[in-house]
Design a binder for this molecule. Structure first.
Ligand code: NAP
Length: 289
């Protein structure tokens, strides 16, 4: 049993997440559960930040000594403007951040979604991207992490389909600079893929979170048996995953990635590695939505 009660005193360290909206986030739950389990005197809070106030929010990280923050919708790309350094090569080619570490007022940026996604693919779908053909739905912050993870893991070919075509074009041109060896195509019309054998479909859009959302892709159009990964974890079964289940395709929702990326952020902040991902997954699986 993981205790989730948080107590604070004058030495308590503060962590948090900046987003808008942010109140659906499960990050406070999992980080606070682990602080409590590991007896770390820290608390993790969700901050709803207005876009116009993002600069002030980052100033507060420095001035209040907030030890670390995560970024979620819609701040992953904008966060690049407010940090001092991106130490790791793997994070530099994403163009989006999800984790900031404050070391004595200097802010270091990371993107743990990249490795988090690859861990989830391996653990949940037993899928290795090397040499594979992948269709990515979406071109936002999460798509940046997913596509650069797939390119870094030597996928053979990527198609990017997004509601706003110019954003997909922007992502393609950004990725092509870093990964010239990968074949990347944007796709205005999904029907154009009818005769391609796709190994993996990844939904990185927020379409599927609401009851009324349409299905972006009819999986019956694909030839062969693609694996399907949906980054959405609430609801636990989106319309896309429901269809994947009905068609007997190997599939998973975003819970495993949520736990994996959170565990990597936690490790950057605290140095703690031991079974963090497993403990976070355990907490998440007990949630009901
Ligand atoms: P974002 O930067 O705001 O991008 C949103 C994306 O969704 C864009 O491609 C947008 O298309 C598309 N979209 C939104 N509504 C749509 C609709 N009705 N129809 C078609 N496309 C639509 O957000 P993000 O940070 O990438 O996050 C996207 C999703 O991934 C969220 O659900 C988030 O919770 C999830 N996520 C999960 C994890 C995890 O660990 N499981 C990690 C990161 C993100 P346009 O460009 O046309 O607006």
């Amino acid at each position: 049993m993981i205790p989730s009660q948080v107590t604070a005193d004058a030495k308590t360290e503060l962590y948090g997440i900046f987003g808008n909206p942010v109140h659906h986030s499960l990050s406070p739950l999992i980080h606070n559960a682990l602080f409590s389990k590991l007896k770390i005197n820290a608390v993790y809070v969700a901050f709803q930040v207005e876009t116009a106030a993002l600069a002030l929010a980052f100033e507060a990280v420095r001035s209040l000594g907030i030890r670390g923050v995560n970024l979620t919708i819609p701040f992953k790309e904008a966060a690049l403007n407010y940090i001092d350094e991106i130490p790791e090569d793997i994070d530099r080619c994403v163009g989006a951040l999800n984790t900031v570490v404050n070391k004595n007022g200097r802010l270091f940026g990371y993107n743990t979604d990249v490795l988090g996604f690859l861990i989830a693919l391996k653990e949940e779908l037993q899928f290795m991207p090397e040499g594979k053909k992948v269709l990515v739905l979406g071109a936002g912050g999460a798509a940046r992490a997913v596509t650069s993870a797939l390119a870094r893991a030597h996928a053979d070919r990527l198609w990017i389909h997004n509601r706003t075509e110019s954003r997909a074009e922007g992502l393609k041109s950004y990725l092509s600079d870093y990964f010239p060896e990968i074949e990347i195509e944007t796709l205005a019309d999904i029907d154009a893929l009818r005769n391609e054998k796709i190994d993996l479909v990844v939904n990185t859009t927020s379409c599927g979170m609401r009851q009324a959302d349409k299905v972006l892709l009819d999986l019956r159009r694909l030839s062969g048996k693609a694996h399907v990964y949906d980054l959405i974890y609430a609801p636990s079964e989106t319309p896309l995953l429901k269809q994947a289940r009905q068609l007997g395709l190997v599939h998973a929702n975003g819970l495993g990635m949520l736990a994996a990326q959170a565990a990597l952020s936690f490790e950057l902040w605290t140095g703690e590695k031991n079974a963090v991902r497993e403990s976070m997954l355990e907490v998440l699986k007990k949630c009901s939505w």
